[in-house]
Write a protein that binds this ligand. Structure first.
Ligand code: 15L
Length: 273
């Protein structure tokens, strides 16, 4: 039975996975800066500050596979992103290599490619276009995963997560929504698919309005069940009450693109795909 470490277990995605993963991976170890307030006696927990490699090594000892959600999950000050997401991811991969971990699922984000227009369908071969320091850290994590996969043979799956939850939240999320059980299916591919070395996939459900070509995920066996279109009428009606945002509404990354934006928007709109 593989022992799986879930970092970032105290966050929003972590909370959902704590409920969904134990039937599949009964030997699940949770980690975060501090234990979730609702930790149950049946859950194993190891506290670890990701920027401190000694603590990360303790969390990774005896682990077969890691689901790395840990870090700062939105845009933030450079120091925060640097410590939590860049140094933190390096420490995680390096500790995993030393401990003989076989698989790592890296929670990347749509914000690694946020500066593609919504009018363009992108696959996972496109260049990264981060829309934030946070997005840069996710592109770094994908590069780190490739390094540890090709240099050291750790099988790595990077999931560019759209927006996880029970339902899509707005019009943008109709295109990028990822339902909880569909995320579990992707994680299982990362931890269990035979021969997997390095792959990048989009973390989205079966979304009719998708901007992403997720055929690589399907080739790896991903069969999403949830469909954002089931919520479309309701979401589009509610969208009328949300103030338009010219830059955010044009690019896939939404407000992450609009925040601090100081470029020539007309010029960017004319760029050829
Ligand atoms: C993310 O990567 C964030 O972690 C999440 O909080 C959302 O902002 C999501 O992207 C999104 O793009 O909706």
């Amino acid at each position: 039975m593989p022992r799986i470490l879930l970092t970032g277990a105290g966050g929003g995605i972590g909370a959902r996975l704590r409920k969904l993963l134990p039937p599949i991976y009964p030997d699940l170890v949770l980690s975060d800066l501090k234990a979730p307030a609702d930790l149950t006696p049946s859950e194993k927990f190891v506290a670890a500050e990701l920027s401190d490699i000694a603590q990360v090594k303790k969390a990774v000892a005896g682990i077969d596979g890691v689901i790395h959600l840990g870090g700062f999950s939105v845009e933030g000050p450079w120091d925060t992103i640097l410590n939590a997401n860049i140094i933190g991811a390096y420490n995680l991969f390096e500790a995993a290599r030393e401990a003989g971990v076989k698989r790592i699922v890296f929670a990347s984000s749509n914000h690694a490619v946020g500066f593609y227009p919504r009018s363009q369908t992108i696959d996972t071969q496109v260049q990264v276009r981060p829309d934030s320091r946070y997005g840069v850290s996710k592109a770094f994590g994908e590069a780190l995963a490739a390094f540890y996969a090709f240099k050291f043979g750790i099988g790595c799956l990077c999931i560019r997560i759209g927006n996880l939850g029970e339902r899509p939240l707005d019009e943008r999320r109709l295109s990028i929504w990822l339902e909880n059980s569909d995320l579990v299916s992707l994680i299982r591919i990362g931890l269990e698919r035979e021969g997997l070395l390095y792959e990048v996939v989009y973390g989205m459900s079966d979304n009719k309005r998708a901007w992403w070509d997720n055929s690589r995920a399907r080739e790896l066996g991903y069969l999403p069940k949830a469909r954002s279109e089931d919520f479309a009428a309701e979401i589009l009606a509610a969208q009328k009450n949300i103030k338009p945002d010219p830059v955010g509404d044009f690019f896939q990354g939404g407000t992450f693109c609009a925040d601090e934006f100081a470029n020539d928007f007309d010029m960017l709109k004319k760029l050829k795909p």
